[in-house]
Write a protein that binds this ligand. Structure first.
Ligand SMILES: NC(=O)c1ccc[n+]([C@@H]2O[C@H](COP(=O)([O-])OP(=O)(O)OC[C@H]3O[C@@H](n4cnc5c(N)ncnc54)[C@H](OP(=O)(O)O)[C@@H]3O)[C@@H](O)[C@H]2O)c1
Length: 331
């Protein structure tokens, strides 16, 4: 009888996440009931928000239940369907969690075209990270042609899309990334005008040099030192889209320094969650799919193999070891 391998949260981390916080179990593959769909997963999405869900501290996402399959985005193929909206063989994206198979009533499950676009892209540039980039750039920063947009984690799942959308809007795009190879990719593959390595000892000077016209839009993915240095380069009437502070998820909180700066420079700073804007998803996804199909939007991936390696993949993502969208292949 085929079994469903599942990765469960065993207990919450008290400090940093470790593989020991998770546990693998084997269960029978579930049979779909009336109105249900059985999906065989091919890729899991690893996302920074998962760190928040491992804790029971108050957050925007509810805590991950202990002893339950770790939640998360998945893509896969419908194996069997008793729901008229889906048929066997459909490629789908959903929230199936860290397991080989999931049963769904179809809520939150979407059929996607995996013939023209690789299926795992629906977890990256044409999925939640892409919509996040689209929203923060278009609705908060709204760059004018020739303005400068600065993007931290510039080659990551969200950042890589922000930089390319900023360029398509006619802006100058400058990235911050964590290794010379990442900076080279930002400029050569993703089209950034410049990219600065935040691990270099010369980071503050290099950032200043790359931003001779200052910053009009800051897309903040990281917090910490990159954010502190970026604040020094903001122009009058600049906009900051606060998307994430990954440097603080297992590190020191990122504080906002002297508020007076926000008055002197008339800066707008806005935190946002893509999940609050589901009404805009069809528009955003439609545009992103069009750009990928037209080969105007590209991306990087780091793929780990095996469900058992999902915890380490999450840990590596939280510590900047990914290069592009972090995925686990489970097929
Ligand atoms: N607001 C929303 O709705 C929303 C939705 C999705 C994601 N987010 C946020 O967007 C940000 C990017 O998410 P993503 O999925 O696209 O991840 P990602 O950028 O693909 O990966 C995270 C990257 O952060 C960078 N980083 C810099 N300093 C770090 C540090 N101290 N520790 C760990 N990583 C560090 C690393 O890149 P370098 O090595 O190049 O620095 C790392 O590769 C995260 O903060 C996430 O929480 C927000």
């Amino acid at each position: 009888m085929p079994t469903n391998t599942q990765n469960l949260l065993d207990h919450r981390p008290t400090d940093k996440v470790s593989p020991a916080n998770f546990r693998i179990v084997e269960t029978p593959v579930p049979a779909p009931g009336p109105g249900q769909v059985l999906v065989r997963h091919t890729f899991l999405s690893l996302d920074p928000y998962m760190r928040g869900r491992l804790s029971d501290a108050k957050n925007y996402a509810k805590p991950q239940e202990i002893g339950a399959v770790m939640g998360g985005g998945t893509v896969g193929v419908v194996e069997a369907s008793m729901n008229p909206r889906f048929k066997a063989g459909d490629s789908v994206v959903g929230m199936g969690g860290w397991q080989h198979y999931s049963v769904s009533d179809g809520g939150g499950l979407r059929v996607v075209d995996a013939k023209t676009i690789p299926i795992q892209a629906y977890l990256g540039p044409v999925g939640m990270p892409g919509v996040t980039a689209w929203y923060g750039l278009n609705k908060i920063i709204a760059p004018e042609p020739n303005e400068t947009v600065l993007v931290s984690a510039a080659t990551g799942a969200v950042g890589s899309v922000v930089g390319q959308l900023a360029k398509l809007a006619g802006a100058r795009a400058v990235g911050i990334a964590g290794r010379p190879e990442k900076c080279a990719c930002a400029v050569r593959e993703l089209g950034y005008d410049a990219c600065v390595d935040h691990k270099s000892l010369r980071f503050p000077e290099d950032l200043k040099d790359a931003l001779s016209n200052g910053v009009d839009g800051l897309f903040e993915n990281v917090g910490g030192e990159p954010f502190r240095q970026a604040l020094k380069r903001l122009n009058d009437f600049s906009r900051i889209a606060v998307c994430g502070v990954i440097a603080s998820y297992e590190g020191e909180p990122t504080a906002v320094p002297d508020l007076r700066l926000f008055i002197v420079r008339r800066i707008k700073m806005e935190g946002f969650l893509q999940g609050d804007h589901t009404d805009l998803w069809p528009k955003a996804i439609g545009e992103l799919v069009g750009l990928v199909a037209a080969k105007k939007l590209t991306w990087r991936e780091t793929i780990r193999d095996g469900l058992e390696n999902a915890p380490q993949a999450l840990i590596d993502l939280l510590h900047g070891q990914n290069f592009g969208k972090m995925l686990v292949r489970v097929d």
